[in-house]
Design a protein around this ligand. Sequence first.
Ligand code: SAH
Length: 373
Amino acid sequence: MTGQPLPLVFEEPKGRRKPPPHLADLTPEERKARLEELGLPGFRATQLATHYFTRLADDPAQMTDLPAGQREQLVEGLLPTLMTPLKVSQADGGTTRKTLWRLFDGALVESVLMRYSDRTTMCVSSQAGCGMACPFCATGQGGLQRNMSTAEIVEQVLAGARALDRGEVPGGPGRVNNVVFMGMGEPMANYKAVMGSVRALTTPGPHGYGMSARGITISTVGLVPRMEQLATEGIPVTLALSLHAPDDELRNELVPVNTRWSVHETVAAAWNYAKVTKRRVSIEYAMMRDINDQAWRADLLGEVLMSYGDWGWVHVNLIPLNPTPGSKWTASRKADEREFVRRLEAAGIPTTVRDTRGQEIDGACGQLAATEA
Ligand code: SAH
């Protein structure tokens, strides 16, 4: 990018309309109260939650335990339509599916389902757009439109769960095992809604989807106060930190929020998360040719991480850069990537290279831009 750096935006513009309330936004008590406010029987809330989270139903006609005369009002009251699929793109024989969603106010977001032999991962968006302005990321170029609601986040996962349950994804019926907040947006800048979605996804049925918190990964540019807050929640989600450079000079450019919290402050917050939760933190590092992939930067990264101890608190996940249109950055040479891995491992840091599923449907990391409609 040759233009001026975009400003950092931590809060959504004021006065945005809110999506209609949905049961995934509410506690079981609030769901009951909402129905009663609408003049409907509160005890129906549990039946609606069972349809949504356990039976994975989305057609009111199937909800035959609800009185026909009230069914529509009940569904509208707690299960309003939050988003419509505009486009589904598939790759890898249908086991990778990207969906472009239109939200109630016209905002566009994307989610990606990835089915592997042993598990299925949903990559979800947490904001329409993003205010973090990382110059190599497609979403970062458009700025932040708004935060997504808890139910808008949950619904991306449930849409995947329904498709799997109905056998629409090759491999037979299945469930969502992993959720990664690696779609559009900065989850830690929409903390409350993201934590609400984690709660809804991990609460056992019928009040939630009942998946394990250990299957959820929250990826962040490094909003230090929120990382500290996350460590106190007592929810064992995996934290991923998008580091991309071990030195402030380069990271200030690649991840502009680094001008607010430095590499050391950010890595210290990640280390603290590992210490408090006993969960190994993942360091994300998008490999950019001749930018951040030099051997000396691998050594420096190893030193920075090891300075916090070698008790296995961290591993590094290298992401081959997905070049975005007009960007000056491109993926590293394979030889440089191998040398980078070798040096990190020699320093004692477990290192993996992310596979780049969905590249040809612009569904891989950092490519979600939702510009199509
Ligand atoms: N805002 C969160 C989630 C964003 S996407 C975060 O930054 O962590 C998840 C990962 O994809 C992040 O590590 C992000 O830096 C990375 N990413 C963004 N653009 C990319 C690109 N063009 N190629 C490869 N990875 C990219």
